[in-house]
Design a binder for this molecule. Structure first.
Ligand code: PYC
Length: 313
């Protein structure tokens, strides 16, 4: 019987659940190896933390662990309803607000180690943080994909800590009353990418699909809709997705370094992002958003509960 203590927060509407006690002991070594151990030996705990009846498809979990590097305050492994994420921008802002709530960090700068690299966090106040993400880049521009039931769709493939397909155009308005249509179109595009063998660099799976449209707010630059790996849409503008967008804008010469890009989500929440140039045409994105702690719970595993490890699809 393992009880898990968690703190819930939302970052611009997108939930994060940070495990603060009772999580699996993944041992030492690189975080990428610890993700493999998590998946091989403790995947039932991922399901228990994220899936219904204790969680939801939109939830991203964060397991804090010891970093391998002395310059990092903690290591963090992100996971969701379908598996494990390389990085998570909204999740990192949620972790920062949670650590601040627990009194474990003060406003200021610290680093976190993730399976895909070290990220910086500037905690501005209890609810606001800027994430300095891993180096991001556009891998391929104007990639055509033939999507059954939709037709030919063109998009850019970019890395922002996860692999994204940034679709040119959108199938319908980016509003919540079109959520099913947007999700359906994004799922079809993702399946077509898989079937046609279109991937990120080194065969990296493209598991996030992003549509763009004009922002609704006068002071925002664009609105997005992001399909996450497990089929849920991101309520926030997606930190890694916003990083991928900045990489494309930078590659097209459409956004200068240190210039704010206000990315609005499908629910109207926002991140403010900018970048500095890095080597090889890559950029280092800085994404600012707000997170609010909204719950604290012990996840109980009662003997005989048939859904102790979540309801599987
Ligand atoms: O903010 O990077 C992000 C993210 C990835 C999946 C859900 N949110």
């Amino acid at each position: 019987m393992t009880d898990l203590r968690v703190i819930d927060s939302h970052t611009e509407g997108e939930p994060t659940r940070v495990v603060i006690d009772g999580g699996p002991d993944l041992g030492g070594g690189p975080l990428s190896a610890r993700v493999t151990r998590f998946a091989d030996r403790f995947d039932h705990l991922r399901r228990r933390i994220i899936l219904e009846p204790r969680g939801s498809d939109a939830l991203v979990g964060a397991l804090l662990c010891n970093p391998t590097r002395d310059d990092c305050a903690a290591g963090v492994i992100y996971f969701n309803n379908t598996g494990y994420l390389g990085m998570c921008g909204h999740g990192t802002i949620g972790v920062a607000a949670t650590l601040a709530y627990l009194g474990r960090v003060e406003p200021g700068v610290f680093r976190l180690e993730t399976p895909v690299g070290v990220v910086g966090v500037d905690l501005v106040d209890a609810n606001t943080a800027t994430v300095e993400n891993v180096a991001s880049y556009r891998y391929r521009k104007d990639v055509p994909v033939d999507v059954p039931g939709v037709g030919e769709v063109t998009g850019d493939i970019a890395w922002g800590g996860n692999w994204f397909f940034l679709v040119k155009g959108a199938p319908c308005p980016l509003t919540l009353d079109h959520e099913r249509e947007l999700t359906g179109a994004a799922l079809r595009i993702r399946s077509a990418l898989r079937e046609q063998g279109i991937t990120g660099e080194n065969g990296g799976e493209i598991d996030h699909i992003e549509f763009f449209a004009e922002a609704h707010a006068d002071d925002a630059n664009a609105r997005n809709f992001v399909l996450c790996p497990g089929g849920a849409y991101d309520r926030s503008p997606c930190g890694t997705g916003t990083s991928a967008k900045l990489a494309c804008l930078a590659a097209d010469g459409m956004l200068a370094p240190d210039t704010d890009w206000v990315q609005e989500s499908v629910i109207g929440s926002r991140f403010v992002a900018r970048y500095v140039a890095a080597d090889d045409g890559r950029i280092i994105p800085r994404v600012t958003g707000r997170a609010f702690v909204c719950g604290q719970a012990t996840l109980i595993d009662q003997p005989g509960d048939p859904f102790a490890d979540g309801i599987r699809a």
